[in-house]
Design a protein around this ligand. Structure first.
Ligand SMILES: *Cc1c(COP(=O)(O)O)cnc(C)c1O
Length: 389
């Protein structure tokens, strides 16, 4: 099914489905490492790419291909390459499109392991990164060097939900001869389609909302056939590809993505609005609130504010830990995008490895709490927090 006139809800349940000769209705899980060939001549034709078809599940697998086609339809991408995790997607992206001597301009508000990957792994291969403010468009322009080949950002950022102007930054990237990659993990294509706004590459940690129920790890890189060629080539050779089992879980996850994102976002907006009225809350960070500094931009490039709410309690770390420890319903874990609401103290967990000075510069105070709002009743989430506030 390639008709892109279908609405996202339709694509989410129908796109990419290929049935075997048995005519199964639900997508089949092909747990096989390799595929057989009718004849020696056809084996040869497939290996040299003369004949389409599966060879080995590190290269392609029918269940994984169905997932790739479905996510590509939702993002409006020519091609999707599925990976073993979100980090494998980011690694495949940089290894695919960059070479030694190239330079990256990246948002300073990135997922911790992404910062580590840029600073400590690919740097060893002579790729340098300059980190700039997620929200200061002029800083992206100022950081461009003659060898800049990649811009990389996440929007909204974690945990402060800063919004980067995708269209404006895409223009700067294009003029610089660089590609813009957007990690779209927080929004998913249901809320934001970066390629429509001028980005060249979309990255996903499917582990989060695409699974949506906290079961398996996976990721994806999406873009034009031209840009995906080297990304796929890297994966096929080096191996961090998605398993058929995980692809099957993600296919089922995509079928409810629209319903879940709408419900997460509706819950999050109401929770954020309520938190703003609590006397012991100093500040709430949520793109759907008019008080958010980039509210207008967020509402232009996203359908709504999404499911992540951060807020600062008065009383610093002690008050934040007290609030977290008195909850009975919310899960104390750093994961997000689950049906179950999760509560995190970024300064002592996800952002504990950076220096206190760098944390302060990034605006991550000791009183900051992040909630990835799940699908429980809003009143139960509020009641779980109210004692600690
Ligand atoms: C979780 C996450 C990743 C990494 O994904 P994994 O599936 O854990 O490897 C990358 N980017 C963002 C924004 C994330 O939240």
């Amino acid at each position: 099914m390639t008709d892109t006139n279908y609405q996202p809800e339709t694509l989410a349940v129908r796109a990419g489905t290929v049935r075997s000769e048995f005519g199964e209705h639900s997508e089949a899980m092909f747990l096989t490492s390799s595929f057989v060939f009718p004849t020696a001549a056809q084996a040869a034709a497939r290996f040299i790419g003369q004949e389409p078809g599966n060879i080995y599940s590190r290269f392609t697998n029918p269940t994984v291909t169905m997932f790739e086609e479905r996510l590509a339809a939702l993002e409006g991408a020519e091609q999707c390459v599925a990976t073993a995790s979100g980090m494998a997607a980011i690694l495949a992206c940089v290894m695919g499109v960059l070479k030694a001597g190239d330079h990256i301009v990246a948002s300073q508000s990135l997922f911790g392991s992404t910062v580590n990957l840029f600073n400590n792994v690919i740097k060893k291969f002579a790729v340098e990164t300059t980190f700039v403010s997620a929200t200061d468009v002029a800083a992206w322009q100022a950081a461009v060097r003659p060898n800049t080949r990649l811009f990389f950002l996440e929007t909204p950022s974690n945990p402060l939900t800063e919004i980067s102007d995708i269209a404006a930054i895409a223009k700067i990237a294009k003029a610089a001869g660089a590609l813009l990659a957007v990690d779209n993990c927080f929004c998913t294509p249901i809320l934001q389609r970066p390629l429509d706004l001028g980005a060249d590459i979309v990255i996903h940690s499917a582990t989060k909302y695409i699974d949506g129920q906290g079961r398996v790890l996976g990721g994806a890189v999406l873009g034009s056939k031209k840009n995906m060629e080297s990304v796929y080539g890297f994966l096929r050779t080096t191996g961090p590809t998605m398993s058929a089992f995980n692809a099957w879980v993600f296919l089922k996850g995509l079928e409810t993505l629209k319903l879940r994102m709408d419900a997460h976002s509706a819950n999050a907006l109401q929770l954020a609005t309520w938190l703003e009225q609590q006397p012991n809350v100093a500040r709430v960070f949520y793109p759907g609130l008019p008080s958010h500094p980039q509210h207008v931009l967020a509402m232009q490039q996203q359908k709504n504010g999404g499911g992540i709410v951060s807020f600062e309690v008065k009383g610093g770390k002690e008050a934040a830990w007290r609030l977290i420890d008195q909850t009975k319903l919310l899960s104390i874990t750093a994961n997000l995008g689950d049906t179950k609401s999760t509560i995190t103290h970024p300064a002592s967990t996800t952002h504990a490895r950076i220096t206190p000075e760098a944390r302060a510069a990034a605006g991550i105070s000791d009183g900051l709490i992040r909630i990835a709002v799940g699908l429980e009743a809003l009143v139960d989430i509020q009641n779980d927090l109210v004692g600690g506030l």
